[in-house]
Write a protein of this length. Structure first.
Length: 170
């Protein structure tokens, strides 16, 4: 999907001498079965899980690929799974439009669930728990009305990356 971005990321990492980082593009529809177990310390996704044909398979694969003390950082769209709770969302109308015109269409075209960008916090947590994650900590960036980063662990807790405090991201 984002081959140019991946190519640029690999190039920048190489130029910076970073040898402990990988940038990968992959079909995640069967990732729950194909993910290499206990392979990664840290996995990230940005505004991506809700677009997947089979988002639970992707999350189960991420869970499988994380080392037992690994961390998954998932940034996704901030909102509720319940439309009535999004009535006062500052850009809710825009996000539902994007969701309908792009996110749901991408998923449905692959025979998927069509969750869309506004799948919401409640559904996100439900899927993360079904995928096997036991500890979920959500943060809100003070300047960002659109996104919510979630730090997720297979264990009962974890240490946040250096420089971050519980409940506060800036």
């Amino acid at each position: 999907m984002a081959h140019r971005a991946i190519r640029n990321a690999r190039k920048e990492a190489s130029q910076s001498g970073l040898s402990n980082i990988e940038f990968i593009t992959q079909d995640l529809s069967d990732f729950h079965e194909t993910a290499e177990p206990d392979a990664f310390d840290f996995i990230t996704t940005f505004d991506a899980i809700h677009d997947q044909a089979k988002p639970l398979n992707a999350l189960e694969g991420i869970h499988r690929a994380l080392k037992p003390d690994g961390i998954y950082l998932m940034q996704d769209i901030r909102g509720s799974s319940n439309v009535e709770n999004n009535m006062n969302h500052p850009i809710g109308t825009f996000l539902y439009t994007v969701s309908t015109m792009h996110c749901m269409t991408v998923s449905l075209a692959q025979g998927g669930e069509g969750l869309g960008a506004m799948w919401g916090e409640e559904k996100t947590r439900e899927y993360l728990q079904k995928a096997g994650f036991r500890f979920i900590e959500t943060h809100q960036l003070a300047h960002d009305v659109q996104n919510k980063p979630e730090f997720v662990s297979c264990n009962d807790g974890f240490d946040l990356p250096r420089g971050l405090q519980r409940g506060v991201l800036s």
